[in-house]
Design a protein around this ligand. Structure first.
Ligand code: FES
Length: 164
């Protein structure tokens, strides 16, 4: 469950930093724990993390920005991931991602203006036999095409049953 109360977030972040800061290689576990708890890494938390780990803010920012997995802002209500790995590319995922970006009017790592959909790339969902594949939350959907993608978006934004 994500929580958006700034004061609560700050307390949670301090608790996570305290829990990990004395362990070797603490930065990545701290960042993962914060994102798992809050859904993103609040930019305001970087100075606290840097100070606790005796790093510069730039060093912490560099790691957060290097790994696309880490978000600097909350995700939309639904995170839609399009597979860009080999099998899915061979079966048309590049065209699908172009369609998705145009349809949603966003690029990867962005969220639609209404806060509904965040679009992300992913690299193999273990569903290569049904390429191209897309994941929404825990659900992997294969044989995706533009028409099914539109249906998926419609169902997500109206909270209907997922596309099979
Ligand atoms: S390459 Fe896309 S699911 Fe494996």
């Amino acid at each position: 469950m994500l929580e958006n109360n700034a004061a609560l977030d700050s307390g949670e972040i301090r608790s996570i930093v305290t829990q990990y800061q004395h362990k070797p290689g603490a930065l990545l576990p701290i960042l993962h724990a914060i994102q798992d708890k809050l859904g993103y890494i609040p930019p305001d938390s970087l100075p606290l993390i840097a100070e606790a780990l005796h790093l510069s803010r730039a060093e912490v920012h560099g790691v957060v920005s290097f790994y696309h997995y880490f978000r600097s802002a909350p995700a939309g209500n639904h995170v839609v991931q399009i597979c860009r790995a080999e099998s899915c590319q061979a079966m048309g995922s590049r065209a699908l991602e172009s369609y998705a970006k145009a349809s949603l009017k966003i690029d990867y790592h962005q969220t639609t203006a209404d806060g509904e959909i965040t679009l992300e790339p992913v690299y193999c969902l273990g569903n290569c036999a049904c390429s191209p594949s897309v994941r929404v939350g825990q659900d992997v959907i294969g044989n995706m095409d533009n028409k099914k993608f539109e249906q998926l978006l419609s169902e997500l934004t109206t909270q209907k049953v997922a596309v099979q």
